[in-house]
Design a protein. Structure first.
Length: 301
């Protein structure tokens, strides 16, 4: 099968490489000419525009979009919609809000173009291990793109699935990322407690390696934690600043809208916000209040 790929960042390029290795033809476009040129290294074909990409694909065309959520995805899909024809299929694999995906699916359907929202997980390791993909959209469009999903997944019948109508793919990926926030925060807090128990002089990398085998808390995230602790046990080279992609926020908002309690995910999101406050005015004010009501000492800046 021949696939168009728009967006050749690290993850998009890795996906393209896995597809080529699986016997598919890939035509790729990115605004970065160097990324397009890099496709030749593993047998894919690069083009210099979305129009050229559409022209290079046989009908019905299948095009995977892998660009940052928000404005870049919106602009890319608008241009792509003008280059495609009735019967073609667009797969949007970024971290878009599921409500945007539902709107886009309606817009494409009005032109006879299939639209699949595909929540995609696997990061930089997906090329070797396969990707986890949660697909939302019409059955006919999924059937047309099935060979692509089967190649990108860890196995044809594992790691991917058609989870529901338009929006369902990105909705389940949103919840996936919210859960990820909570898991990461739990690991980070546990290892922090162990690090602060200085009298035991624990080797945190050793502990992580022990937990990786047979423990009920073993996971791929723990595997990655162990690798990070091996490289830099004190985390001295990394600033205590944690970004978020937005999906944790959407998960918490959805929980509130549905009256579903989600304290772990919510607090893990707030912990990320806390990491970015270098000034920490709130902490300064807390110290001042303790001094006011109890005469407690404060540290001077």
């Amino acid at each position: 099968m021949k696939l168009g790929m728009v967006g050749l960042g690290r993850m998009g390029a890795n996906m393209a490489q896995r597809l080529v290795a699986g016997g598919h033809g890939v035509v790729g476009f990115d605004r970065d000419p160097a990324a397009v040129k890099g496709l030749a290294a593993f047998g894919a074909h690069g083009v210099d525009s979305i129009a050229a990409l559409a022209a290079a694909l046989p009908a019905p065309r299948v095009v995977w979009v892998m660009v940052p959520a928000g404005g870049p995805t919106e602009a890319t899909l608008a241009e792509l919609g003008g280059a495609l024809s009735r019967g073609d299929v667009v797969i949007e694999g970024g971290n878009s809000n599921y409500k945007d995906s539902q709107r886009r699916a309606r817009d494409f359907a009005a032109r006879g173009i299939g639209y699949l929202d595909c929540g995609t997980s696997g990061g930089v390791w997906g090329r070797e291990n396969g990707y986890s993909m949660m697909v939302g959209g019409e059955k006919a469009a999924v059937a047309l793109a099935r060979p692509i999903f089967e190649t990108l997944a860890p196995a044809k019948d594992r790691g991917w699935g058609h989870v529901g109508p338009s929006g369902a793919g990105h909705f389940t990926k949103m919840i996936h990322n919210g859960i990820e926030y909570g898991l990461m925060q739990a690991y980070a807090e546990g290892f922090s407690i162990m690090k602060h128990k200085e009298e035991l002089a624990l080797d945190l990398h050793q502990v992580a390696e022990i937990w990786r085998e047979g423990s009920v808390v073993r996971s791929w995230l723990l595997d990655l934690t162990a690798a990070a602790l091996k490289e830099d046990p004190a985390m001295a080279s990394i600033a205590p600043y944690v970004s978020d992609s937005g999906e944790g926020r959407w998960t918490v908002q959805e929980a509130m809208d549905l009256d579903v309690p989600a304290p772990v995910i919510t607090l893990s999101l707030l912990a990320r916000f806390r990491s970015r406050d270098d000034e920490s005015y709130a902490d300064r004010l807390l110290a001042a209040m303790r001094q006011q009501f109890g005469g407690h000492a404060v540290k001077k800046a």
